[in-house]
Design a protein around this ligand. Structure first.
Ligand code: GLA
Length: 402
């Protein structure tokens, strides 16, 4: 994997080559992995993700056109759109994340100038590490940098989520955009997805690593199943309202409430609701455990989260289960679970520093023996959220003023 500095240099050189002018700004926005709190964000609940050291970089300069030109280094493709009428690109689908963000910026009343952009990323695509949210947040950052408007982190995350919901057409919650924008280096971010209150919880100095293992299973069913889960959660809320009139979302249902009234729900809806209600409780206990250095308890809660996602929410699959099983056989692994929407993608494991080598050696062998595929493993460090890395750049060989 190329380091950040050399990736930025390649990106800037490419920008100069494609557009023949110097870029004005470079931004980065990271991907994410969620430690615990799965399928809770759209239920107004709690999540605990980290931003990871894999990101999207965008470099850009304003242009005199009333259009935006995007060049993707990963795809070696160009996509251009007019600022007067932003339509979806059915061929270069990757460009829709930026198009959606620009449309939402315009709708929020910001005047956006024409611009040329070059984009490069090293977040594996389709693995459930939120490359889309990172591209949205990087796009919002770059247009903020070029157009100089005020927008705080939470507002930007919400705007990017709106772009994904309304322009791209994926009905996601707020977690991915929020952590990509507001992640904190060496910390996990505890987020209340209703109020957007958040708190950074230290992860460094605990003698642990966060290991992400990609099952390599494509997440085919994810969109339709995701929407179905959301609808089932809404159904649970509307049925439970008969007994708990004040509730707005499953976040408002306590474990005690659920014990009392959960049996009134039809079986499938009951299982979905039970996952969400218990997962919110697990997040609160995990945060408390992490603050006290209680890694054993934290790991146990991660394992319970996986079981609940497998048995009650039914979003795991044999590949993810095999990865979790393989991880839990390694002494020094505190906990392991699927992460993200499910139906493929990645697991996340909390691993003692001195068990990392064992993990890297044994998990791929065991997974390959069971599933027939070699997983990709990433040892992740919690990174900060999106940022402007540099502005006022010069193409190589261009004259230096003064
Ligand atoms: C996807 C969505 C998030 C969240 C997770 C499940 O990553 O984009 O908003 O709902 O699934 O926790």
């Amino acid at each position: 994997m190329a380091d950040l500095e050399s990736r930025i240099e390649t990106l800037e050189n490419k920008f100069c080559e494609v557009y023949g002018v110097s870029p004005e700004t470079v931004v980065r926005a990271p991907g994410r992995v969620n430690l615990i709190g799965e399928h809770t964000d759209y239920n107004d609940g709690y999540v605990l993700p980290i931003a990871i050291d894999r990101d999207i970089l965008i470099t850009a300069a304003p242009s005199d056109e009333s259009a935006v030109c995007l060049y993707s280094l990963n795809f070696d493709r160009v996509s251009v759109f007019s600022l007067g009428n932003i339509a979806r690109d059915r061929v270069n689908k990757w460009s829709n994340y930026t198009r959606g963000v620009v449309q939402m910026l315009q709708r929020s009343g910001r005047k956006i100038r024409g611009a040329n952009l070059a984009i490069q990323g090293d977040i594996p695509h389709g693995a459930g590490l939120s490359s889309s949210a990172a591209l949205e947040v990087a796009s919002a950052m770059v247009f903020q940098s070029l157009n100089d408007f005020e927008m705080d982190g939470a507002e930007m995350a919400l705007l990017c989520q709106k772009a994904e919901n309304q322009f791209v057409g994926v009905n996601c919650g707020i977690m991915d955009q929020f952590i990509s924008r507001l992640g904190a280096k060496n910390h996990a971010l505890f987020v209340d997805c209703r109020t957007l209150d958040h708190e950074a919880v230290p992860l460094a100095k605990q003698g642990i690593k966060v290991i992400v293992a990609d099952s390599m299973k494509k997440r085919d069913l994810v969109d339709s199943e995701y929407n179905m889960r959301r609808a089932q959660c809404e159904e649970a809320v509307s049925l439970l309202r008969t007994y708990l009139p004040g509730i707005k979302a499953l976040r408002d249902v306590s474990i005690a409430d659920f014990k009392r009234y959960g049996r009134q729900l039809p079986p499938t809806v009951r299982r979905r609701a039970e996952h969400v209600v218990s997962e919110d409780d697990r997040v609160l206990r995990s945060v408390d455990a992490l603050k006290k250095g209680g890694l054993t308890l934290f790991g146990k809660l991660m394992n319970q989260s996986h079981e609940s996602l497998r048995e009650l929410y039914e979003v795991s699959c044999r590949e993810l289960d095999a990865l979790v099983d393989a991880a839990l056989k390694i002494p020094g692994v505190y906990g392991s679970r699927m992460t993200g929407a499910g139906f493929g993608g990645c697991t996340v494991s909390l691993v003692a520093d001195d068990a990392v080598e064992d993990f890297l050696e044994k998990v791929p062998v065991e997974y390959k023996a069971r599933i027939g595929v070699t997983p990709t493993i990433y040892v992740c460090t919690p990174e900060g959220g999106a940022e402007v890395l540099a502005d006022g750049l010069e193409c190589p060989g261009s004259e230096i003023d003064g």
